[in-house]
Design a binder for this molecule. Structure first.
Ligand code: SPV
Ligand code: MN
Length: 621
């Protein structure tokens, strides 16, 4: 193997590999070279020169184009490659192993054979880039090392912004290094985008700890350390009694300089990133958190150091901090927005007039352009993204890279729900929160995945797309996790998407900052809450004060009554839907059904006392 690598790699690159003194790394690289037959190989260490080489390579190869602002570039994915491909993302499982009906699985041998067949000779005209990263802060007991092989400069550059480079960490770990492995090839290109979309595959081999991804460029399918690693991490966490979650981590700033940390799970494109970036708070991460029990308290880290965020609706009014970042010099990649001759990027909802022509994900674009299916092509794709460093944000939390993580005292679950749940509610306890908030999460589908939008779907802990253990086991992990914590984090739900009967949102975007402030006060028992059949909700007087203090807004009693109205028929239907879903899944902890049943009974009782749609004021004692 050493001789093979010596022959295939330039001396300098070979030395970078060999000095890691790890056969597993060399084996993986050698196998990938044999399979993909790259024209050349670049091994990227942590040095600024190597990292800049990747950045420049991506521009030279035409995968990124420089924009007018210093450091900014733009990348395009293919027209039909704009979101995560759930149908072609599959777990490869050895014969006899099953995850359950909710999973998209393939027999391991068959899957590996198929994807290797597709990957064969995929890099003959390309450069293979080998990169080393850490999921989580360097030197943290939370962190997991990762080895990424890709022929995409865009993927390698994005990962540089999003993850902590860890060649030196690999070196320190030597032969003992445990790491996840990712092999990606964009496949044959046409106009710099993956051509053979029909052969797009994202195959996750849990047993061997390898993810194969090919004939795609969209970050969610290709940036190995993001959701491809999350799927592996959930499996690892299940064996080691910690949690790998689709969650932000943020510090909410309470009275007298107090900072209380929350993690929050929301399905893609449902407000997770914008919550984590709230102006008066501080951000640790916007997408993936590892949570561990450290001496009886929950601590969390962000596995990333950057953001792969949705550009749509980022504007100076709603998201001023990220808007500033995206309009200031720095290492920023835009994907699938539009750019003009002047090198200026534009996206939907950016708060200014959009140009009538430019280059976008459909190529040369003019307003009114129609796609092959007869639909008008918007200025930028709804799921157009940006990649930037968290440290660029002026409210980046000082503990982002703290190897110890931060203590997490609150956990939030939120979904896109137009007519059921109130804007904010506290669960009764850990078990009730896990079951009726996390495990009962539903959300209307968005542009972040391929397929129809606006369909209400079940998405437990907003992690369903990424689960790699059976649902019953995953639920039990959550229940057990809380049981061992002396004072478990308080679990809340939020809903930013309630609508009135005319389809108008009942809340403004920045109202979420008030729900955060209220939850922070609840954690410290500084406000009283009203008990309803489904949890604890705020008192009007506290919200009125908070709205005035933080948003200088008059929050009326009528707004409160409408937003916090208990919608009993919808709540009972939801309860039944969730129960029905779990009844079809095997090995669900019985406490889930008991808890749902108790909640249903409370709702029925309240309905018989007060009717179907009830003002929250009824519950004030
Ligand atoms: C999401 O869709 O949840 C994202 C982006 O955070 S992706 O990388 O596609 O998962
Ligand atoms: Mn996500």
């Amino acid at each position: 193997m050493e001789n093979f690598l010596k022959e295939k790699l330039e001396q300098k690159e070979y030395e970078k590999l060999i000095s890691l003194e790890n056969n597993k790394i060399m084996e993986f690289v050698a196998e990938a070279i044999k399979l993909c037959r790259p024209e050349s190989v670049f091994v990227c260490t942590d040095t600024p020169e190597d990292r800049d080489y990747v950045r420049q390579y991506s521009i030279k190869a035409g995968e990124e184009t420089k924009l007018a602002i210093e450091g900014h570039t733009i990348h395009f994915d293919g027209f039909f490659d704009q979101a995560r491909d759930k149908a072609k993302t599959q777990f490869l499982l050895p014969k006899g192993l099953e995850l359950g009906a909710n999973f998209n699985c393939l027999e391991q041998e068959e899957g590996v054979r198929e994807v290797k067949d597709i990957l064969k000779d995929s890099m003959v005209k390309a450069k293979m880039i080998v990169r080393f990263f850490s999921l989580g802060p360097i030197g943290s007991s939370f962190s997991i090392l990762c080895l990424q092989i890709t022929d995409s400069g865009y993927v390698a550059h994005s990962e540089d912004i999003l993850y902590r480079p860890a060649y030196e960490e690999f070196k320190r770990a030597g032969r003992e290094a445990y790491f996840f492995r990712f092999l990606h090839s964009a496949g044959e290109l046409e106009g710099n985008v993956s051509k053979n979309i029909d052969k797009r595959r994202v195959y996750i081999d849990i047993e061997d700890g390898i993810v194969y991804s090919t004939n795609t460029q969209y970050g969610g399918n290709t940036i190995g350390l993001k959701k491809l690693a999350l799927r592996q991490a959930i499996n690892k966490a299940s064996k080691e009694n910690w949690l790998a979650e689709h969650m932000f981590i943020m510090g909410v700033h309470g009275p007298e300089g107090r900072v209380t940390y929350f993690s929050g799970a929301f399905p893609s494109a449902c407000g997770k990133t914008s919550t984590s970036m709230l102006e008066k708070e501080s951000i640790i991460g916007d997408d993936i958190a590892y949570l561990k029990n450290i001496d009886g308290r929950v601590y969390g880290i962000n596995v990333e150091r950057g953001i792969f965020g949705i550009a749509r609706d980022v504007n100076p009014v709603d998201d001023p901090i990220i808007y500033d970042t995206l309009t200031s010099p720095g290492d920023v990649i835009f994907a699938n927005v539009l750019y003009t001759d002047e090198g200026k990027p534009y996206w939907l909802g950016m708060g200014q007039e959009l140009p009538k022509k430019g280059i976008n994900y459909s190529g040369k674009w003019e307003s009114g352009k129609i796609d092959s299916l007869g639909n008008e092509i918007p200025v930028s794709h709804k799921n157009a993204r940006y990649v930037c460093r968290l440290s660029y944000l002026r409210n980046c939390d000082p503990h982002l890279d703290d190897p110890a993580g931060v203590p997490v005292d609150g956990i939030i679950y939120g979904g896109r729900d137009s007519n059921i749940c109130v804007p904010v509610e506290q669960s009764f306890n850990w078990e009730h929160g896990v079951i009726t908030k996390g495990a009962s999460l539903e959300s209307e589908t968005t542009a972040a995945t391929l397929g129809q939008e606006g369909v209400r779907t079940f998405n437990l802990m907003s992690n369903l797309d990424f689960l790699s253990v059976p649902i019953g086991k995953y639920l039990q992990m959550h229940l057990d996790f809380g049981e061992k914590i002396t004072a478990p984090p308080i679990i809340f739900s939020v809903n930013y998407f309630l609508k009135d009967k005319d389809g108008k949102f009942l809340n403004e975007k920045n109202d979420k900052s008030i729900w955060m402030k209220w939850m922070e006060l609840r954690i410290h028992k500084e406000v009283i809450a009203i008990e309803t059949p489904t949890g604890y909700i705020p008192e009007y007087k506290d919200l009125k004060l908070l709205f005035k203090e933080h948003l200088n807004k008059e929050y009326t009693a009528a707004d409160y009554e409408e937003q916090f109205k208990l919608r009993i028929p919808e709540l009972i239907q939801k309860n039944e839907r969730i129960e029905h879903i779990y009844k079809k899944i095997s090995n669900i902890p019985p406490v889930l059904f008991q808890t749902l049943e108790e909640q249903r009974k409370r709702l029925e009782k309240t309905k018989s006392q007060y009717g179907e749609y009830i003002s929250p004021l009824i519950f004030v004692k």
